[in-house]
Design a protein around this ligand. Sequence first.
Ligand code: NDP
Length: 494
Amino acid sequence: METGQDVEGEPATSATSAMFDYAPAPESRSIVDIASSYGLFVNGEFVDPTGGKSFKTINPATEEVLAEVSEASEEDVDRAVKSARVAYTRVWSKMSGRERSKYLYRIARILQERSRELAVLESLDNGKPIRESRDVDVPLVAAYFFYYAGWADKLEYAGFGTGTPQPLGVAAQVIPWNFPLLMLSWKIAPALAAGNTVVLKPAETTSLTALLFAEICQQADLPPGVVNIVTGAGATGRTLVSHGDVDKVAFTGSTDVGRQIAKSVAGTSKKVTLELGGKAANIVFDDAPIDQAVEGVVNGIFFNQGHVCCAGSRLLVQESLADDFLARLKRRMATLRVGDPLDKNTDIGAINSSEQLAKIRELSGVGEAEGAGRWAPPCDLPDKGFWFPPTIFTGVTAAHRIAREEIFGPVLSVISFRTPAEAVEKANNTPFGLSAGVWTDKGSRILWMANQLRAGVVWANTFNKFDPTSPFGGYKESGYGREGGRHGLEAYVR
Ligand code: NDP
């Protein structure tokens, strides 16, 4: 990234970045052992796919091929579901909660022990900065396993009615590429704690950490068949969720695929949770702590390259503060470092795939064509790989596509408002309802806003904070059901 350049006539870079240049600080990838090819994880072992098909997974920062990953056929999915059923009937559903919790604790501890390896592999396969995979994703993954390990022997105290809640059976779980390991933990930990067995399909572009997790299950001596991992594309996911012997479907991903899944399970007895897209408003009032709010807005949209379902992709800023706030935001954006995900100083890594990059470019082009003002700091992007600079659009109105559709990239739409009522109206003017943020000095205003905002999660004077004890989920087109906390457990019991 270039430094010392002007942003619309102002000294763009902060004093810090003008004074210091960062030396490269790359994390070593030698801790990770990537095999040239991977089988499917079924019944406790890695097996070849019946059709012999495979696909390549690449490092999105360099386009280097990392490994060949198996593509599970219908037969393979059936094999995995059968193995989960046998493990459920013979072993896992019969085991006491206390015993199940020991396995979950063991997995959690191994996750911690192998955290550096997991973080490096996640950054290589996904493109996210090591600072995030190391400090956010992997610690949270272990925390979710620890948290649900604690519930496994206390289900009757979870407040789900009288008697001990019973597991559902076999859970089919399909996850996206933006938080591969973290989404795996949100799915697998509560399912296992409640006594279910699982078949999980990771996203095509980010299967490697799920396969490393399979090795961790082996290391923890988890009984065969309790966790099965089938890799593949959308067709594998479709086969899995529509399998006749599945009792529960849990999906995180796009609203379009969520809709298809809801249709495919309609009329069956399968229990479903869908965690879909979002278009969150991050609302800044003129009495907010401004510098903290700038940090919160930056974290809200540029964390994980904006590949976050609850990203604060619409900044709603009070008109009286707008100019000052935008100037500060631009200055801060000019200090963001885009580049090598394995460099410990990197703030923004690679876009996960060429398809996603094309979508971000297309929607940004639409934003410009529809008349919004586009701005990005001067930024040297690497020649190879998939990159997009942190970008903001000003003068955005509710009619613009960039204000309505999930871009799923480092692109922020800026909208102004005058009164709290107008902020609420604009924030709620979206088909989604996953999250929102409010920045103000007044506690009473926070409570009032939280009551008015139609979003599953409302953060106050912070953004993108996750905790295993806290339920997460949306309404409207953001899906239904909750993950995390006691609520996340409820989705896996009857
Ligand atoms: P998808 O919703 O297609 O992918 C999520 C998961 O579902 C992946 O494992 C995918 O497999 C699988 N899948 C795809 N089609 C089906 C199907 N018919 N039945 C069952 N499973 C299926 O997201 P994309 O990766 O295609 O991303 C497209 C857009 O979705 C993004 O641009 C973004 O806007 C949004 N998105 C939102 C997410 C969120 O958390 N809200 C997460 C990811 C994407 P495969 O990887 O092989 O396609």
